[in-house]
Design a binder for this molecule. Structure first.
Ligand code: ASP
Length: 491
C-alpha cells in the first residue's frame, strides 16, 4: 500500500553543509531545499512512502530560507502550524525537519496549536548533516518517514506531535534535548517512549494519545502570547535582581524554574515581589516547573513551596520548561483571563501527568460572629476517579479560632459527604476524613495546609460534588477561604 507524507524542511544541522566544502573544519550553513532534495530523493519509496518536500512560507506566502533553530520564534511555530493546515487533508502524515536546539519548544508549541490532530506529525533532525559521511540524519529521517507513513509501513498510527531521534519515538511536549553530541540527543524523562526504533520497530500504542472524536474537526490556533519570560531561581537570588522584569507592565506570563518540588528561597522581599506580580492590578501568570530533570512540582508540600502557592503561583507538575513556556503562551493568547489558571492546571495534550482541580468553598463566620460548624459543596471541573486520585490537600486561609492563643495547638475535623455532623462529633467517627492539628498563628494569620488524601479517597463519591463539613471540637471559628485541591492522574 502507498502512503503520502508531507516533509516540511525548516532548517537545522540536518540540512547544513560546510561553507567551504574543501575545508572539513569550515562552519556549517543551511543548504537550500533543492540541495537537500537531491540528497534524499527516493528515500522510503521502496516501502511505498511517497513524500513531497515543502518549505516554510512567511505571512505573504514567500518562501523563508532554512533557519538555524536558534532563530525560530513563536511566529515560526504559527507558520509551521499553518503549513500543516494547508496540506492536512492531502497527506496521511507529516515530517518536520528541524534543528535540534529548539526542537523541543517547537514540538510543544505545535502540540498546542494543532487541535484534534488525527494524523502523525513527526519532528526530526540530526547531530550531523545529511551531507556528512558519518551522519545520523539519514537514519532519523527514514525512521520518521516510517512512523508518518504508517499506512504503508504497517505501523500503528500515532496521531500526535512526536520527536523521532536516535532509536526513540517520544511525545513532543515531553521531550528535552539532553545531548549536543550523542546520537540519542533527546529524552522524555517523565513519560515513557512511544516507540523504540532499533533493529525492529516497536511502537507502544497504549501510551499514544487516543484518536480525536471523528466529529471533532482538525483546526489550527494562530495566537501565542509573546510577552512571557522563563526565569530560573538560584540560591541567594534577590528581589532587586528581578524587580524591573517582574514589574514590567507588558509582561503577561512567567515560567519559574523552582528548586525540587517547587521550592523558592524564603527571602520575604523576593516572595513579596512574586506575590505582587501574580496578584497586582495587572497580574502576571506565574507557572512553576522543577529544575530537576525528572519528577514534578507539587506546591504546598513544603513550607517553602506553600509560600509560592500563597503568592498565587501555579504549579506545573511534571511539565518540561519547554512545554510550560509553550502552554503558557498558548493559553494566555487563546483564553479569557478568568480561565487561564484552571486551564493551566489541566492536562491539555498529554503534556503533564496530572490534573489539578481546585475546589473553592465560601467563607464561614466572622470574628464577631463565629460558627461551630461550616458546611458546603463544590463540584470539580472534571472527573475524579478514586483510583486516579493521587493527593487531596485541604487549605484554609485566614482562619480564626475562639479561645485559642497564638502558639497553641488546636485541631480541626474534616467530614466528607456526611450529614448529621455536630460540633462535638468525635474525630474517630468513621465519617471523619481527617483530624488536622495545627499551630495557631493568630486570627486571620493562620493558614492550615493538610494532606487529607486517605480520608477523601475513602469517603468521596465519584461524579458527585465534594460536600465538606468542618468542625473545631467545641470551639468556634471563622475563615476567609477554604480550598480542597485534588491532584488526579491524567491517565
Ligand atoms: N544549531 C542547530 C539548530 O538547532 C543545531 C542542530 O540542528 O542540531 O538548528
Amino acid at each position: 500500500m502507498k502512503t503520502r507524507v508531507y516533509l516540511l524542511y525548516t532548517g537545522g544541522t540536518v540540512g547544513m553543509r560546510p561553507l567551504d566544502p574543501g575545508n572539513p573544519l569550515s562552519p556549517l550553513a543551511p543548504a537550500s531545499s533543492q540541495e537537500l532534495l537531491e540528497r534524499i530523493r527516493g528515500l522510503g519509496s521502496e516501502e511505498g512512502i511517497e513524500w513531497e518536500l515543502g518549505t516554510l512560507l512567511d505571512e505573504d506566502g514567500l518562501e523563508l530560507p532554512p533557519l538555524d533553530s536558534a532563530d525560530l520564534s513563536a511566529r515560526h511555530w504559527v507558520l509551521m502550524a499553518e503549513a500543516i493546515e494547508r496540506v492536512y487533508t492531502d497527506y496521511d502524515g507529516f515530517v518536520v525537519l528541524h534543528g535540534t536546539d529548539t526542537m523541543a519548544y517547537t514540538a510543544s508549541a505545535l502540540s498546542f496549536l494543532l487541535a484534534n490532530l488525527a494524523k502523525p506529525l513527526v519532528l526530526t533532525g540530526a547531530q550531523r548533516p545529511i551531507f556528512a559521511t558519518r551522519t545520523d540524519a539519514r537514519q532519523n529521517l527514514i525512521n520518521a518517514l516510517y512512523v508518518a507513513g504508517y499506512k504503508a509501513t504497517g505501523l500503528a498510527c500515532v496521531p500526535e506531535v512526536t520527536i523521532c531521534f536516535g532509536d526513540a519515538l517520544l511525545r513532543g511536549n515531553r521531550t528535552r534535548k539532553v545531548s549536543t553530541t550523542a546520537w540519542q540527543g533527546f529524552a522524555s524523562p517523565n513519560y515513557p517512549r512511544l516507540g523504540h526504533l532499533g533493529e525492529q520497530i516497536r511502537l507502544f500504542p497504549d501510551l499514544v494519545r487516543a484518536m480525536p472524536d471523528e466529529r471533532a474537526p482538525f483546526y489550527v490556533h494562530r495566537q501565542l502570547e509573546e510577552q512571557v519570560v522563563d526565569l530560573t531561581l538560584f540560591p541567594g537570588m534577590h528581589a532587586s535582581q528581578l524587580g524591573s522584569l517582574l514589574e514590567h507592565p507588558e509582561l503577561r506570563g512567567v515560567v519559574l524554574r523552582a528548586f525540587g518540588t517547587g521550592n523558592a528561597p524564603g527571602d520575604s522581599e523576593l516572595l513579596e515581589l512574586i506575590g505582587r506580580a501574580a496578584s497586582g492590578p495587572d497580574p502576571k501568570t506565574i507557572l512553576t516547573v522543577t529544575q530537576c530533570i525528572e519528577g514534578q512540582v507539587e506546591l504546598g508540600l513544603y513550607a517553602s513551596s506553600s509560600a509560592l502557592l500563597e503568592e498565587g503561583v501555579i504549579g506545573g507538575f511534571d511539565l518540561t520548561p519547554e512545554a510550560a513556556l509553550a502552554k503558557l503562551m498558548w493559553i494566555l493568547a487563546n483564553h479569557d483571563r478568568s480561565e487561564v489558571r484552571t486551564r493551566l492546571m489541566l492536562d491539555q495534550r498529554g503534556e503533564q501527568s496530572y490534573n489539578l482541580y481546585e475546589l473553592t468553598y465560601p467563607p464561614a463566620g466572622r470574628k464577631s460572629d463565629p460558627v461551630d460548624l461550616a458546611s458546603a459543596s463544590a463540584q470539580p471541573a472534571g472527573p475524579v476517579n478514586r483510583e486516579r486520585l493521587v493527593r487531596a490537600v485541604l487549605r484554609i486561609h485566614g482562619l480564626g479560632v475562639s479561645d485559642v492563643k497564638r502558639g497553641e495547638l488546636f485541631s480541626l475535623r474534616l467530614f466528607v459527604n456526611s450529614s448529621g455532623i455536630k460540633s462535638d462529633t468525635p474525630g474517630d467517627d468513621a465519617r471523619c476524613a481527617a483530624e488536622v492539628e495545627a499551630l495557631y498563628q493568630g486570627p486571620g494569620a493562620t493558614l492550615v495546609v493538610a494532606d487529607v488524601t486517605d480520608g477523601v479517597r475513602r469517603l468521596m463519591e465519584e461524579q458527585r460534588p465534594f460536600h465538606l463539613t468542618l468542625t473545631a471540637g467545641r470551639k468556634q471559628f471563622w475563615y476567609r477561604r477554604l480550598e480542597l485541591a485534588l491532584m488526579v492522574a491524567s491517565r
